[in-house]
Design a protein around this ligand. Structure first.
Ligand code: GN1
Ligand code: MG
Length: 375
């Protein structure tokens, strides 16, 4: 906690929600680039219960109510399916939204900041870098299962909470626009990086062309499938729960798979500056494909399957483009913790793109071998 006043603030936020114990303490958790997340303990007659209070960055999510409506529908649906399985651990296998005292899903404080509350999932941990093949398999299985459970979500289309979130062409064009404007006077110093992106312009249209031709189905996807958005059970090492549901909305499963590849195959952190450490490790990719196929084989179309290997490169390139754009704009979107942080992240992602280009054939071979019907 930065200060006592911060803790007082979290206490005041908690009091708005259907958390009825006596407030004990709060502390920051999570490493997201967008929202602030806190855990808070409450005394419920001698037992301590922990909840999560989290902001919704409304500069990024301009429709926070839509975000919460999506999350509410998705988590209710998941809990419904889990209840039917009589799984003793069902309560930990989906986020649970705790509404405000008046039943609303969010609270807007005096500073205009939006907050929501979840039950804290205990005895589980998230990882920022991948530690084992089993972990990679588990993470991919978890995201595949997440998508599978949402295939038949009842009700209308979910809100598109960030329109064109993974629209690679728009991300590319936006970078070029920002380079042209150069508001922070940084473009001249990153010409090689801009050139790296320009040389790969054709990559940004490949999935969009398939979508436009109606060949890639729209599904309900997570859209932020970073390794550290899956909680791994401390005892069993299995994936217990997918978190960070802010961007759950209509999308392509390939965006989800690609983001897993980008975050779970490199042994280095996303902002590692020693680029010799940043590589796509083929055995990790193999484990991801294995885990994902075990959960998604029942619904994946051949075109989706055939683009699994490509999706990693696309997502690393697209997020790299977004980091580079933010650097050139003067760091207005992602939280940064040091000078040129976004540039470090961009270069890290471009190194990963390069590593995948070098191993493209092997990656395709892995998919060919793993994703076979009847196995
Ligand atoms: C952001 O906030 P966080 O860390 O979950 C971003 C993702 C990026 C990611 C890069 C809404 O996610 O798209 O892939 O940073 N989320 C949003 O680490 O822009
Ligand atoms: Mg996120």
């Amino acid at each position: 906690m930065k200060s006592k006043t911060d803790e007082e603030k979290i206490k005041a936020v908690g009091a708005q929600f259907q958390v009825h114990g006596r407030f004990l303490r709060a502390f920051p958790i999570g490493k997201g680039h967008i929202n602030d997340t806190y855990a808070a303990d409450y005394d419920y007659g001698g037992r301590t219960l922990r909840f999560v209070h989290q902001t919704i960055n409304h500069l990024v999510f301009t429709n926070p109510i839509g975000v919460m409506e999506n999350i509410d529908r998705v988590t209710r649906h998941k809990h419904g399916l889990l209840a039917a399985t009589e799984d003793p651990d069902a309560g930990r296998k989906s986020l649970t939204v705790i509404p405000r005292r008046d039943g609303q899903l969010y609270y807007q404080d005096g500073d205009g900041v939006y907050w929501r509350t979840y039950i804290y999932i205990d005895r589980a941990t998230t990882f920022d870098t991948i530690e084992s093949l089993d972990q990679a398999r588990e993470v991919a299985r978890a995201y595949g299962t997440f998508q599978h459970r949402l295939v038949d979500l009842p009700g209308g289309r979910l809100h598109e909470t960030i329109p064109d979130f993974h629209h690679a062409r728009k991300r590319f064009d936006n970078l070029m626009r920002v380079v042209e404007k150069d508001p922070a006077n940084r473009a001249a110093s990153v010409m090689d990086d801009i050139e790296f992106v320009s040389q790969r312009e054709h990559v940004v249209d490949i999935l969009l062309d398939l979508i436009n031709r109606g060949e890639l189905p729209e599904r309900i996807t997570h859209n932020d499938t970073k390794l550290n958005n899956v909680m791994i059970d401390d005892t069993t090492g299995t994936a217990i729960c997918v978190v960070d549901l802010d961007t759950v909305m209509p999308g392509s499963v390939l965006y989800d798979f690609g983001d897993m590849v980008r975050t779970a195959t490199s042994p280095a952190l996303e902002d590692e500056r020693d680029l010799s450490l940043v590589t796509m490790q083929l055995p990790m990719f193999d484990a991801l494909v294995d885990g994902y196929w075990s959960a998604a084989r029942g619904f994946l179309t051949p075109i989706e399957r055939d683009h699994l290997a490509f999706s990693g490169k696309l997502l690393a390139l697209m997020i790299g483009i977004r980091f580079l754009t933010d650097h050139i704009e003067g760091d207005v979107y992602f939280k940064t913790h040091r000078p040129a942080h976004n540039l470090d992240r961009a270069r890290n992602q471009f190194k990963l793109v390069f590593s995948m280009e070098e191993q493209e054939e092997e990656m395709h071979r892995v998919v060919e071998e793993r994703c076979v019907d009847g196995q």
